[in-house]
Design a protein around this ligand. Structure first.
Ligand code: KIV
Ligand code: ZN
Length: 390
């Protein structure tokens, strides 16, 4: 392993604007892409994949503009294994303070059949295109698309070719979300052990969530030696999406005791960017989504609410303010208990004796049985019709 790989720093590569935007219906406007790129740069994302410049004039313009504006992040553009794609990509990213070309080709049997290349022809194509990219740009990432369904010996061979041709990062995509955590780790470990030159480059992990394992697979790859995680805000991406940035960042933070790796992300910016990406992409965040869902820091059951009021650590493993939320949301509903009701009423300015609380609590439960959620106005109305028996 190189110094970088033994270090505990994991780079965050965000592809919301490329793989995320590829979700059917998630298209963003030019201005929205610039805004999201600005937020990613600000929150400490190491590499922003800003788009696929050959794909459209709009993508080219957005990647160009993002490249000009970025202050800290490396700006990366995607290109197929074709000289024309790579040249177009370079034209867009060359304005960045730190540009990166990301070129890829599908290496699994199913993907090799599409351009109808033999294994040898594909190997030659990889050599030529990575060499071409490296002649334009010092920072080159290469991906064998569908790596997790590529024959292992062939994967070793093509990764070695890409490294010799000058790739500085090798990304291992689980393009169809097929791998499982142990396998994800084994693959990175085997590549590090068996590919000459592997210790000179960074391995990246790029997971899709078709089986709901993208976060686990990414973290397993890191434990095996990958030092770049590719991900998107809210897990936006084709089909079931990509690894969610907020999940890997917070998992590495909360479980740093067993996964001692650091990212450069300012986690307090997570909530804001999550909301912006949801708005501009038109993809709502599911309420129970880890970290950024509306219910991720909400508690309704009486036992949980009581515990939370006494010590937040009883039912929360991170503080809402760690991800940029101002406070835990105590949701008043039919599962809420007396302690939560008293606390909520006190917040609203009502001091209650035990008997009055008993009376209001009975009426609160009746109301909660009829209504899903009880709002502050409902509680105020209950208090207005309550007489103090004390
Ligand atoms: O999932 C994938 O294989 C990709 C590549 C282009 C890296 O997004
Ligand atoms: Zn992908």
């Amino acid at each position: 392993m190189t110094d970088t790989q033994t270090q505990d720093r994991v780079m965050i590569f965000d592809t919301t604007l490329r793989d995320g935007e590829q979700s059917p219906g998630a298209t963003m406007t030019h201005a929205e892409k610039l805004e999201i790129a600005g937020l990613l740069d600000e929150m400490g994302v190491d590499i922003i994949e800003a788009g696929f410049p050959i794909a459209s004039e709009g993508d080219f313009a957005a990647v160009t503009e993002i490249s000009k504006n970025a202050t800290k992040s490396v700006i990366c553009g995607l290109a197929r294994a074709q000289f024309g794609d790579i040249d177009r990509c370079w034209e867009a990213i060359k304005h960045a303070r730190q540009p990166r070309i990301h070129t890829f080709i599908g290496t699994s049997p199913l993907h090799r059949a599409i351009p109808n290349l033999t294994m040898d022809e594909m190997a030659d194509r990889i050599h030529e295109t990575v060499t071409h990219a490296r002649n334009l740009c010092e920072n080159v990432q290469w991906s064998p698309m569908d790596a997790t369904r590529t024959e292992l010996d062939y994967l070793y061979r093509v990764v070695e070719i890409a490294i010799k041709a000058g790739a500085t990062t090798i990304n291992i995509p689980d393009t169809v979300g097929y791998t499982a955590p142990r396998e994800s780790a084994d693959l990175i470990r085997k590549l590090l052990e068996n590919v000459p030159g592997a210790d000179e480059i960074i391995f990246a992990t790029h997971c899709h969530n078709d089986l709901g394992m993208a976060t686990a697979n990414s973290l397993a790859a890191v434990e095996a030696g990958a030092r770049q995680i590719e991900c998107t805000i809210n897990g936006l991406g084709e089909r079931a999406g990509n690894t969610a940035l907020e999940e890997v960042v917070m998992a590495l933070r909360v479980r740093n005791d067993i996964m001692p790796y650091q990212t450069g992300i300012d986690a307090t910016k997570i909530m804001n960017i999550s909301r912006r990406v949801s708005t501009v992409s038109g993809f709502p965040v599911q309420p129970n989504k880890a970290i950024v869902g509306k219910n991720a820091f909400a508690h309704e059951s009486g036992i949980h609410q009581d515990g939370m009021l006494k010590n937040a650590e009883t039912f929360e493993i991170m503080r809402p303010e760690d991800v940029g939320l101002s406070e835990t949301n105590i949701v008043m509903g039919k599962h809420s208990g007396r302690a939560a009701l008293r606390s909520k009423l006190e917040d609203l300015g009502f001091e209650l004796g035990d008997n009055q609380l008993k009376d209001v609590f009975v009426r609160f439960k009746e109301l909660a049985d009829r209504k899903k959620e009880i709002y502050e106005d409902d509680l105020i109305a209950l208090m207005r019709t309550s007489t103090d028996p004390e």
